[in-house]
Design a protein around this ligand. Structure first.
Ligand code: FES
Length: 124
């Protein structure tokens, strides 16, 4: 199934030599000095949920999906954020339902979850 994007641009495809079909990185960063950061918005819970759902769906492993922790991805104003490669699709999620939809729709079936896309203008 071919993924789609909000821009309508052709999505990136995994290289034939790619070890994983898709990689999702979750920012788990806690900023110093009281600055807002993904860790303040249940990022760890989002990561844990994604990891368990990917495993439960049989999606984890070589040739399939890898769920990874990341430090600051420099889009803190949109946090909590996660990014999926090779499509380079950014998500802002709120709860476990959002994570479940990303897993089922994008990581499993290659369909971008439009309603969770991180607004393009939001950076740090
Ligand atoms: S703290 Fe998550 S993107 Fe910066």
């Amino acid at each position: 199934m071919t993924p789609t994007s909000a821009t309508g641009a052709a999505p990136a495809a995994a290289s034939p030599d790619s070890y994983y079909e898709r990689h999702i990185f979750f920012c788990l960063n806690q900023r110093e000095g009281g600055e807002d950061s993904c860790a303040n918005h249940r990022a760890q819970q989002g990561f844990d949920r994604c990891k368990s759902q990917v495993k439960a769906a049989g999606l984890a492993g070589p040739g399939k999906v890898r769920v990874n922790k990341a430090g600051c991805l420099d889009r803190c104003a949109a946090g909590p954020v996660a990014v999926v490669y090779p499509e380079a699709v950014w998500y802002t999620y709120v709860d476990e339902h959002d994570i479940d939809e990303i897993v089922e729709s994008h990581l499993k079936n290659g369909q971008v979850v439009e309603r969770l896309l991180t607004p393009a203008h939001l950076g740090r």
